[in-house]
Design a protein around this ligand. Structure first.
Ligand code: NAD
Length: 366
């Protein structure tokens, strides 16, 4: 398929190829949709099998960001970028500063952040060339670790699902299995312990397990046993694709609510199977949007209290999604997509009213 056909098939606005012979930079920035505001999304650095694989990735990821921002109620569009290279070998100041200059050249249409293969230090290089970067360190006025905010959104989303499933959002006495007690899982367990839930955990990292056992008195289950555990809620907070052909019929829970990305190996097939089994699934890209909310907060001057309270609103977003999914008999991720698309459509119409001389200024700050 030609590049323009690929752009058109996902309704992307722009695909930017960036090349710098000095640093060896080869990057692609995808801007999917800016109806709601400037595109925001991280920069991933990795080795790709082919240039086509990098293009496919950036198109898929930037489109996902449009939906994530829209459903979360942020005034942001969807963008994402990839730097083609090995993050263990190819990083240097010139590479990220050169990349920063390309981001700057987009004049605010795209704001970047860290993602897989890039980190806070890389974004500090990017920031030397552009203001259109978030996810920088607290010392530089940034938001630092997003995990407490992501965990807050996950916890609140879980409570909304509990209300729908059990008629009460109290998690007291509920058995909740948290897979992965790293950055997000740890803070999630903290919320759940405070509320009096019975918590099961699994992790490949013995130290992470020991910390949670000591601090919260949780029970430990084996890496594979977690799928067979008697539990009310399964909270995947480690890796993707843990709901797959091997695990889906073993799950004894009635809710899936965790921070991990791409929880369903096959969104359609496994999403539908969860519906058939009567298991409520909180779409991953919605329930883990606290991470995005956290960095987006930097655009207005970072304030963790505000970020936490915005993340807590994921509660109502999940409530609305589950309600629509049940009304229409569709999987929740489809309902989430519909809500996102409806918001983009409606706000696009609202923004079509001409504002006179203020128009340009308004567009600049939206
Ligand atoms: P992390 O790396 O800090 O924690 C992941 C934990 O999972 C680690 O303790 C690791 O040892 C454990 N783990 C790895 N494989 C495992 C397995 N097979 N079984 C059980 N445990 C396993 O990552 P994190 O920042 O806590 O993020 C967790 C998930 O949430 C990831 O999928 C991430 O993409 C997603 N997410 C995180 C954020 C954030 O703010 N950190 C935001 C959005 C989404």
């Amino acid at each position: 398929m030609s590049i323009f056909d690929q752009i058109a098939s996902n309704q992307h606005e722009q695909l930017v190829f960036c090349h710098d012979p000095v640093s060896g930079l080869r990057a692609i920035i995808g801007i999917h949709d800016t109806t709601l505001g400037p595109a925001l999304g991280g920069t991933r650095m990795r080795v790709y099998k082919s240039e086509q694989a990098a293009i496919t990735d950036v198109l898929r990821l930037s489109r996902g960001m449009t939906y994530k921002s829209a459903v979360t109620g942020l005034n942001l569009g969807g963008g994402k970028a990839v730097i083609i290279g090995d993050p263990r070998q190819d990083k240097c100041e010139a590479l990220f500063r050169s990349y920063g200059r390309f981001v700057e050249s987009l004049n605010g249409r795209y704001t970047t952040a860290e993602d897989m293969g890039t980190g806070v230090a890389d974004m500090e290089w990017v920031r030397m060339e552009t203001d259109h970067v978030v996810g920088i360190s607290a010392q530089l006025g940034g938001s630092d670790d997003p995990s407490p905010v992501t965990a807050m959104g996950t916890y609140e989303g879980m409570k909304a699902a509990a209300r729908r499933k059990y008629g009460s959002e109290s998690l007291q006495g509920k058995t909740i299995a948290v897979q992965g007690v790293g950055h997000v899982g740890y803070y999630l367990v903290q919320h759940l312990a405070r509320e009096g839930a019975r918590i099961l955990i699994s992790d490949v990292n013995e130290e992470a397990i020991a910390t949670c056992v000591k601090e919260f008195g949780v029970e430990v289950v084996g890496l594979d046993d977690i799928y067979d555990a008697e539990m009310d809620i399964y909270a995947p907070c480690a890796i993707g694709a843990t709901i797959n052909d091997d695990t889906i019929d073993r799950l004894k829970c009635s809710i899936v609510a965790g921070s991990a990305n791409n929880v369903l190996l096959d969104e359609d097939r496994h999403g539908m199977r969860l519906v058939e089994r009567g298991i409520l699934y909180c779409p991953d890209y919605v329930i883990n949007a606290g991470g995005l909310i956290n960095v987006a907060n930097e655009l207005e001057g970072y304030n963790q209290k505000r970020a936490l309270s915005q993340a807590a609103a994921i509660h109502d977003t999940i409530r609305d999604i589950l309600e629509l999914a049940s009304e229409k008999g569709i999987p929740p991720f489809r309902a989430a997509n519909e809500i996102a698309e409806r918001r983009i459509r409606r706000m696009g119409q609202v923004k079509s009213t001409f504002l006179g001389p203020r128009e340009r200024k308004y567009r600049g700050i939206c």
